[in-house]
Design a protein around this ligand. Structure first.
Ligand code: AMP
Length: 600
């Protein structure tokens, strides 16, 4: 690595770099416009030109920064320049199968007009299908390290044509015990290649890997520049971590509870602006959309409605909202985590002016939780993670509003001509009953009843609470900046912390008691004698099944066998997955642990 580190943080009003300015070909620009991307994110602005020029690169960027397009667009351009070759030209290594699918979908979207062949390869999917796809020839392979190694060993994946290797979420891959696999893959790739590493944190182990495998790398950091003291406005900052599918409902509830006088809701793309504005209007808000695809006249009309307060929510992209000054704004909402801390600071600076209290609300998808941590570190201010209001919270709030409305009505003292209604009813009912019925009518008339489903709560925990194995192998400290664990356990229960010894190895308990609640023990007929280590088992399970490393419970390794605890509802899947894969290059028997001898 060299020292020419670039910060990708400056998002200023007069920064008008377009995707076309970055040197991308027309076929790549069209899908970006169609998807409603208005401008490159900071990491894209800084990373795309050197990547197009063939440089190696280390990018410190978390999910939410737009890093996928930052490496995908230059790769697509290279592949298109070189023409199809049959063997893959690029290999992307990712920690999980979800990410393999997501990244490969992103390649499909961005490369739509180029007609390239991109395939995700991950454990858990029948290998036969992957073999057939690989045989037919592919241009880009997105793979989890274990499965990529498997295919390399079978000679069904050939790296001789590979021009670019990307390590995406490198710190996560190391956390999951993939370090050896990654090094084996890099050693098997052609020496003359471009190597790109993206990681939310750059702990010593990753920096070491970058030194060993990257040449003269450009280094780009999101969140390097700390804003000057006083740059970050003092506003109440809250975030909600919600799954993508629940975001519109979650935002609706948060707004219902916050009751903003006027708010601006920032979205990433034009499509998102339009569809969210529609959703919010359906919920009874007066929301207006504003994005770069609108004419000046349309924009002026929108701004007029906001200024004269016939609209209370403005749903906008960053580009469209630049330079807007709205006086009575009380809330800024980030519908997604912004792509850089500077963008966050810039957005929330729109409220809390002139001594008024402002509120900044951010919705983050589970995987974007780490970006919140980066923003906190850079701004030096805390973002409180709160629970999305429940149905009960909303009912309580609506009830309180009905009570307040009645209170006001009682104070207004213009109730005389309703007296006759109450008096006629008193013949039949007592006053309390009449009052209750009147309140019910008023309450029902005030808005639709909120009988939505509960929004699932996402469990996350700070990096310090993660299984310590990863921190130890990073040389202690868990890396710079920290970050949350965005993956809830498959069964939705809080993650467990696996005990480890002073070497960072999970502690191997004698088996004296049964498995933990909700967990099932699996017996693997491979132990220390076969060179099996806990991380081999964690890696195999995480790679071959839908579980992540955090779902896996205690692991005991004896001389000739190993016992691992997995969530009971995933036990059969894990058995199937382990049976169809290899550990240390060999197949071993795997079954439910009913009668394995205890201890080692
Ligand atoms: P990533 O950090 O790569 O996971 O990207 C986060 C999200 O940002 C994805 O949903 C992308 O579709 C979206 N995205 C990436 N680049 C841009 C851009 N320049 N403008 C708008 N959205 C983007």
């Amino acid at each position: 690595m060299t020292d020419d580190t670039v910060s990708a943080d400056d998002t200023t009003d007069d920064d008008a770099t377009t995707f076309a300015d970055l040197g991308l070909r027309e076929e790549l620009l069209r899908p970006l416009t169609a998807m409603g991307y208005e401008e490159p994110t900071p990491i894209q602005r800084e990373a795309i030109p050197p990547l197009l020029a063939g440089r190696d690169l280390v990018g410190q960027a978390a999910t939410g920064t737009g890093k996928t397009a930052a490496f995908a667009l230059p790769i697509l351009q290279h592949v298109a320049d070189d023409g199809r070759r049959g063997n893959p030209s690029a290999l992307i290594l990712v920690p999980t199968r979800e990410l393999a699918v997501q990244v490969s979908e992103a390649f499909h979207r961005y490369g739509h007009d180029l007609g390239l062949r991109v395939v995700p390869i991950y454990g858990g999917q029948p290998i036969g299908r992957q073999l057939r796809t690989l045989e037919q020839g592919v241009d880009v392979v997105v793979a989890t390290p274990g499965r990529a190694l498997d295919h390399l060993a079978r000679r069904t994946l050939r790296l001789d044509g590979v021009r670019t290797v990307v390590l995406d979420e490198a710190d996560e891959m190391l956390d999951m015990g993939f370090a050896d696999d990654i090094e084996a893959i890099l050693d098997a790739a052609p020496k003359e290649r471009q190597t790109v590493l993206f990681s939310a944190t750059l702990p010593p182990r990753i920096a070491g890997m970058a030194r060993k495998y990257l040449r003269d790398a450009v280094r780009i950091e999101i969140g390097r520049d700390t804003p000057a003291a006083g740059d970050t406005p003092l506003v109440r900052q809250t975030a909600y971590v919600v799954p993508r599918a629940s975001k519109p409902a979650a935002l609706g509830r948060v707004l219902d509870l916050e009751s903003p006088t006027a708010a601006i809701v920032f979205c990433r793309t034009r499509e998102e602006v339009d569809s969210l504005a529609e959703t919010l209007n359906g919920r009874g808000y007066r929301a207006e959309a504003l994005h770069g695809g609108m004419t000046q006249e349309q924009r002026d009309r929108v701004m007029g409605r906001l200024r004269n307060q016939t609209a209370d929510l403005l749903v906008a992209t960053d580009v469209a909202a630049r330079g807007l000054d709205i006086d009575h704004l009380t809330h800024v909402v980030n519908y997604n985590v912004p792509s850089a801390p500077a963008a966050y600071v810039h957005r929330i600076g729109r409220v809390g002016r002139a001594g008024r209290e402002g509120v900044a609300i951010t919705l983050a998808e589970p995987r974007e939780h780490r970006m919140l941590k980066v923003i906190e570190r850079v701004t030096g201010q805390q973002i409180d993670i709160e629970k999305v209001p429940t149905v009960a919270d909303l009912r309580a709030k609506r009830m309180e509003m009905t009570r307040a409305a009645l209170h006001e009505s009682l104070l207004e003292d213009d109730l005389e001509h309703f007296r006759v209604v109450v008096e006629t009813l008193t013949d039949e009912f007592d006053l309390m009953e009449i009052a209750l019925a009147a309140v019910k009518l008023a309450h029902e008339a005030s808005g639709p009843s909120d009988e939505d489903d509960e929004i699932p709560e996402v469990v996350h925990r700070p990096r310090e609470d993660r299984p310590v194995r990863s921190q130890q192998s990073y040389g202690g400290g868990g890396g710079s900046g920290g970050g949350g664990d965005e993956r809830p356990r498959a069964d939705g229960r809080p993650p467990r912390v696996r005990p480890i010894d002073e070497n960072g190895e999970p502690i191997r308990h004698k088996r004296t008691t049964g498995p933990s609640a909700g967990m099932t023990r699996l017996f693997i007929q491979a132990g220390r004698a076969a060179g099996i280590r806990p991380q081999d088992i964690v890696g195999a399970i995480a790679n071959e099944s839908r579980l992540s490393g955090r779902d896996i419970g205690a692991i005991q390794i004896a001389d000739r066998f190993a016992i691992v605890e997995v969530p009971s509802d995933a036990a059969e899947e894990v058995i199937d997955a382990l049976r169809s894969t290899t550990l240390k290059g060999r197949k071993f028997a795997v079954r439910l642990d009913r009668d394995a001898p205890s201890g080692s």
